[in-house]
Design a protein around this ligand. Structure first.
Ligand code: ISL
Length: 533
């Protein structure tokens, strides 16, 4: 069995994790100071969102030097120390790999834009006139006129994130060389940002820029080449591709070990069920049966081949307990239930910083509170197009990425113990109640519940490697499934409602309780796991 089947990954968003020098921005020193919190939680792998030099147009996902550390975050020497500290605690560390695009301030792009004859001209997508109607994911057109040569370049994200041309073999070799450099330094793998966008459609036809780019014709060829050139012959690594729009079939292609691509992918279906088909800002109530159907399809589809990653949230998504649970009266129960349900699926679970505390979305007063380029651009474009500012704000409050980016709440004290200065994004006022210090001291906290579900994955083969069967598929309030391995069966139940629910599952009434109380009665937002055999 691959080691990562019993592993749990923790995502750190460095700007918002912990600040060690009082400038209001989290940094490597802050991460180093809290490694014992992570070791105590019991996670196996840390994933660092980008810490490379960057103009921070998209909070570090616009990289201007792949082989150094952003000074605001620290130095390479501090990075090496941090890596040693992670390894000394028996954990691994993976880095974010953002190679669909660079920053426009990366030397490659600076050289590319300098002249049509530049040796690096073909490293990006240049056209003498706008070739199609593609839109950027951050609003506005995907082509930007560059004054230096009077030509247009492609940017699927912000205009400061020009897309690399993966058709060019020199680009690919430069990326692989950089990846080998990090692995030689001792890191344990990569989370690959929008890796499914790297192969562009031949002829750059008109149409939906996302659908057209989401699985280009050379995608799997490129990922297999990367595997051969970078990962082959190295062991113990973790590779996870971020692949918005991937289908179950694509998931099998990416993660079938025989194809030598990546270990797992982040698929997006379950985080789009409460959104309209064309816009994440078109928000609908989530129906639990849709969630079960979607996640159940991924469980079934990758049962014999490949592997799932499991997540409720990350730095791009609202807080899990606010979106899928209840962040009011039943917050603690809901946060625990969400952990139980997610972590007992088949797959590798990801915990996003603060999720282990049950952190919530933030109370945004006005548009001036937001910092994220995606939210700010959307607000500007929607309001200019005639939308009511209140309606736009309603959606930003629920779906805006800044919800995930408020500082981690370490203590009940000033600035939640995140910084001695002024935080780059305000701390959530609820830190007086929700914080790591209080939760570590309380055995009934969300934090200690996460410790328990994480340690269960380490100790019980039925969780790491058992079969998965969804139950009660049409029941609108209860998520229910069974895991089974070698005669051991585990029933997992999660009440996604504020009502008490009694479930009818003959044969399980007297099963032993692993999490929660025995029996088939579920209190509001309660989760439990029962075992037999
Ligand atoms: O945030 C999203 C929804 O609007 C996603 O569609 C997101 O843009 C997409 O998942 C790609 O995300 C990744 O690449 C982006 C970066 O802004 C995100 O933070 C990163 O996770 C560009 O690098």
């Amino acid at each position: 069995m691959s080691w990562f089947k019993s592993a749990v990954v923790y995502q750190i968003y460095p700007r918002s994790f912990a600040d060690s020098d009082g400038d209001g921005i989290g940094d490597l020193g802050g991460i180093a100071a809290h490694l014992d919190h992570l070791a105590e939680l019991g996670v196996d792998v840390l994933w660092l969102s980008p810490v490379y030099p960057s103009p921070q147009d998209d909070a570090g996902y616009d990289i201007s030097d792949y082989q150094d550390i952003e000074p605001v975050f620290g130095t390479l020497a501090q990075f090496d120390e941090l890596l040693a500290g992670v390894h000394a605690r028996g954990m691994k560390l993976i880095m974010d790999l953002v190679v669909n695009h660079t920053s426009d301030e990366h030397p490659w792009f600076v050289e590319s834009r300098s002249s049509v004859d530049s040796p690096k001209r073909d490293w990006y997508w240049w056209r003498p006139s706008v070739p199609n109607d593609w839109r950027s994911f951050f609003s506005g057109p995907a082509w930007e006129l560059d004054d230096a040569t009077g030509e247009y370049y492609l940017h699927l994200f912000s205009r400061k994130q020009p897309d690399l041309n993966w058709e060019n073999a020199e680009v690919r070799e430069a990326v692989y060389e950089m990846m080998r450099w990090w692995l030689d330094r001792g890191i344990d793998g990569f989370r690959m940002d929008v890796i499914n966008l790297i192969s562009k459609p031949p002829g750059l036809p008109d149409g939906n820029s996302f659908a057209l780019n989401a699985h280009g014709p050379r995608l799997h060829e490129f990922v297999q080449e990367m595997h051969r050139e970078v990962f082959a012959g190295r062991s113990g690594l973790l590779t996870v591709g971020e692949t918005p729009g991937a289908t179950v079939e694509e998931g099998r292609l990416f993660t079938d070990p025989a194809r030598a691509e990546v270990d797992m992918i982040f698929q997006f279906e379950h985080v789009q069920l409460d959104q309209g088909p064309t816009s994440k800002w078109d928000i609908h109530p989530l129906k639990l049966v849709d969630l079960k159907r979607s996640l159940g399809r991924w469980q079934a589809g990758l049962a014999d081949v490949g592997w799932n990653s499991l997540y409720w949230n990350n730095h791009d998504q609202p807080r899990a307990v606010s979106r899928f649970g209840d962040d009011g009266e039943h917050r603690v129960a809901a946060a625990k239930m969400l952990a139980t349900v997610l972590h007992l699926h088949r797959g590798t679970p990801y915990v996003y910083q603060g999720e282990e505390l049950g952190m919530t979305n933030a109370p945004w007063a006005s548009i001036d509170d937001f910092r994220d380029i995606e939210s700010l651009n959307h607000y500007r474009e929607a309001v200019a197009g005639g939308a009511s500012p209140d309606d736009v704000l309603f959606a930003l409050r629920k779906m805006g990425r800044d919800n995930a980016r408020t500082p981690v709440q370490w203590t009940a004290g000033p600035q939640a113990g995140f910084t001695t200065g002024t935080p780059w994004l305000p701390v959530n006022p609820n830190h007086v109640e929700i914080n790591a210090e209080a939760e570590r001291a309380n055995p009934d906290s969300v934090f200690h519940h996460y410790r328990r579900v994480i340690s269960l994955r380490h100790s019980l083969p039925v969780i790491a490697d058992g079969d998965f069967t969804m139950l009660l598929e049409d029941e609108p309030r209860v998520y229910a499934f069974v895991r089974a391995l070698d005669g051991v069966e585990l029933l997992v139940l999660g009440n996604f409602s504020g009502d008490e629910v009694i479930v009818s599952l003959p044969g399980w009434e007297d099963a032993e309780a692993l999490i929660g109380a025995p029996g088939l009665v579920l209190g509001p937002w309660e989760g439990k796991a029962l075992s037999r055999g």
